[in-house]
Write a protein that binds this ligand. Sequence first.
Ligand SMILES: *Cc1c(COP(=O)(O)O)cnc(C)c1O
Length: 364
Amino acid sequence: MRFRKVLDAIETYEAGKPIELVVREFGIAPEEVVKLASNENPLGTSPRVAETIRAHADKAHLYPDDSMFELKAALSERFGVPRETIIIGAGSDQILEFVSRAKLDEKSSVLMSRVTFAMYAIYARQQGARILRTEDYRHRPEEFLPIMEREKPEVVYLCTPNNPTGDAMSRDAVFKILERSDPETLVVIDGAYMEYAAAKDPAYRIDPAEILDYPNALYLGTFSKAYGLGGMRVGYGIARPEIVRALMKMRPPFNITTLSLAAAIAACGDEAFVAESIALHQQELPRYEAYAKARGFDYIDSYTNFITWLFLEKMDSSAIADALLRRGVIVRDLASYGMNALRITVGTPRQNDRLFAVMDEVLG
Ligand SMILES: *Cc1c(COP(=O)(O)O)cnc(C)c1O
C-alpha cells in the first residue's frame, strides 16, 4: 500500500513505557513499579477532581458542550483574557496539530530548538514542511533571531520550560523574540510546565494575557502536568481571536470528552492541589541534584517537574535506563535525542527513595 511520501520521514512517537509493560515483561507486581518517565503528577489526581469525574459517570451518553462555555469561562477568569482568545484541545498536543495543519505545507519551514518536544517535528513532517533547528539545546534569542530573519519560518516553537531538557527561557528572552518576529511567523510558546517555572523564578513566568499584545503569538497550556490530568487529555491555547478562529477550523467536533470537560472545569477551581504538587516537587528536586553531585555526573538546572541527568562518557544512558527498567523503575532515556542523558520525573519521597536505591545498585 502506498502512502503520502512525507510519511517516510516520520518516526512514530515513542511514549514513555507504561506500567503494564514492566508487569508483563519482568513479572514485577504493578504496585512495585515506579513510573517516572512521563512527567505525570506524582500526587495523582486531585481527590476533588476525581469526585467530579465519578459524579459525571452517568452523563457519558451525552455529547459534551461543544462550545466549552464553562471551561473557557474558567480559563478566561484565571488568566484575565477574553473567551474568544481561547481554544481547547485534546491535550495541548492537539492544538500543536491544528497549528501545523493551519500554517504548514511543502513550501513552509518551522524553527525549533535542537533538542525539544518531539511532536513539533512530527506534525511538521506530516505537512511536508522543512524543519530548521538551532545548534544549542538551550533556547537562545541570539540563535533564534538570525535564523528567523533569514528563513522567515511559518512557525517558531519556543518550549519554555523545555521538554526533555528542563531548562527555560526568561520572560525577557521570550519577549525579545516576539518583539522582533515577522508578523507572518506564528510564535508558539509551549508552557506545558509553566506552573513549575513560575514558582521557581518569576523572571521565567510568561503570562498568556501579555502575549495577546502580539498579533502572531500563541500560548499553550495543559492540564496534564501540574494539574494531574494527563489521562483526561485537556489542553488550551490562548492567542488573538483571528488566530483562534483559524485554528478552530481544524478542530473536530466534541474533541474532548464529557468527563474530561467536567474534570478540567473542576481542576480550575482547585489551585490548592497545584500548590501542593509544586511544594512537593520543590522539596524533592534538590535530592536529585545532590545525588548527581555525589555520583560525579552533571544535570541541567530544572524549571519543570522532571530533571535531566547528563552522564559522563563512560556511563551509557540506554544501559542505565534498561537496568532500571528490569528493576521496575521507568525513566526516559534521551539517547534518541542525541544525548547521553536520562529524563526523570521527580516523584513522591517514596518513589524517589526507590529510584536512588536502584541507581546505587545499577552504578555499583
Ligand atoms: C506534556 C507536554 C505537552 C502536552 O501534553 P498534553 O498532554 O497533550 O496536553 C506539550 N508540550 C510539552 C513540551 C509537553 O511536555
